[in-house]
Design a protein around this ligand. Structure first.
Ligand code: ATP
Length: 326
């Protein structure tokens, strides 16, 4: 109910009377007063005026279940939020929930991660209070070999949500990074638990560099944040809700065909590698090629300089620009 009251106050620029809130949610005056007091403690500035009611004056860029749920405009994706001030990694928490009956669409969000992860055991730099770390738990009715495509579905949702919320030219670096001006602003990591022919659950984790103003030495050449690029801070809860709305839409399109045929055109429009020379790093060898776009399975289509077309599966492969990260 707290999230619903917050949602109501956010929607109204005028005072909302206590009576109105009581009737709307069928609760007592005392319950409303208590919820308002809790919201104030969490950092919302709420004015209470006798005979007029309550008015939200300011809501800070804080993350909490109430704040995120109050922004959500989806039917199922992220309607239930589990929030941690600090946790090891939201992927770990989502996987635990996956093992223990957690529902499809539950979103795990943290303000800080002590052990943020990237692909193949790499780490993800996860400072407190400025970024977005979130993982969506899914139980898709799909054969397990299709699960890696969900990374691309999320990449598309994140890129489009960032573009919509900030106006910045966010692009996708195949398969799982979002980049801005040649630097990484977001990484995505999908993990799954499956039997041979069915998926128990999939988790897709997203780390977005929202408001950092500096980076550690080892990544400062390749990493940036939305604030550094856009010149102003973003409201994290708003961006989380925008990603979920885009994701829900893209996921429905994906599930209609069980592949990326309905999303491929948009993905290629945002693909930073498209039409460019890339260096393909396979575990056993490296070669240069020209990237053409993705196929409906989410593989990157490249043409080698000998003219041979290859379809690259993301698994063990990384793609770089021939002179640098992009
Ligand atoms: P590749 O770039 O080879 O495709 P990847 O996509 O597999 O790599 P990820 O697993 O997505 O990489 O991300 C982990 C890597 O990203 C780390 O090795 C580090 O270099 C870099 N990194 C870690 N934290 C951040 C961050 N907050 N912002 C940007 N880059 C980061």
């Amino acid at each position: 109910m707290k999230a619903e009251i917050l949602r109501l106050l956010k929607a109204e620029s005028r005072y909302v009377s206590g009576q109105q809130i009581c009737e709307r949610f069928d609760v007592s005056r005392t319950a409303v007063w208590k919820a308002i007091e809790q919201l104030k403690k969490e950092g919302y500035e709420i004015e209470a005026v006798r005979n007029k009611g309550y008015r939200l004056i300011q809501s800070p860029d804080i993350l909490s279940e109430t704040e995120i749920e109050s922004m959500m405009k989806t039917v199922w994706a992220g309607r239930r939020v589990i929030y941690y001030g600090e946790t090891d990694s939201t992927n770990i928490q989502a996987k635990l929930a996956g093992e223990n009956g957690g529902a499809h669409g539950t979103l795990f969000v943290a303000d800080r991660q002590a052990a943020g992860k990237g692909r193949r055991g790499r780490s993800w730099e996860s400072p407190k209070g400025v970024c977005i770390y979130m993982t969506l738990l899914l139980r898709p009715d799909l054969p397990p070999e299709k699960a890696p495509m969900l990374t691309l579905v999320m990449a598309l949702a994140v890129a489009d949500a960032i573009r919509e919320q900030t106006g910045l030219d966010a692009r996708i670096k195949w398969p799982n990074d979002i980049v801005l001006n040649g630097k990484k602003i977001c990484g995505i990591l999908t993990e799954m638990s499956a039997e041979i022919d069915y998926i128990n659950y999939v988790v897709t984790g997203v780390g977005i560099n929202a408001n950092q103003d500096k980076f550690p030495e080892d990544i400062k050449e390749t990493a940036t944040s939305l604030m550094l690029e856009g010149g102003r801070p973003v409201r994290r809860s708003e961006l989380i809700a925008a990603v979920m709305r885009r994701y829900e839409e893209a996921y429905e399109t994906f599930m209609e065909t069980g592949d990326l045929s309905g999303l491929r055109e948009r993905y290629d429009e945002l693909l930073v590698n498209c039409g460019r020379a890339v260096r393909v790093l396979e575990p056993q060898r490296e070669y240069n090629a020209q990237a053409k776009g993705i196929n409906s399975q989410g593989e990157l289509i490249v043409v080698t300089f000998e003219g041979e077309e290859k379809h690259i599966f993301a698994g063990e492969v990384s793609v770089r620009g021939i002179y640098g990260y992009i």
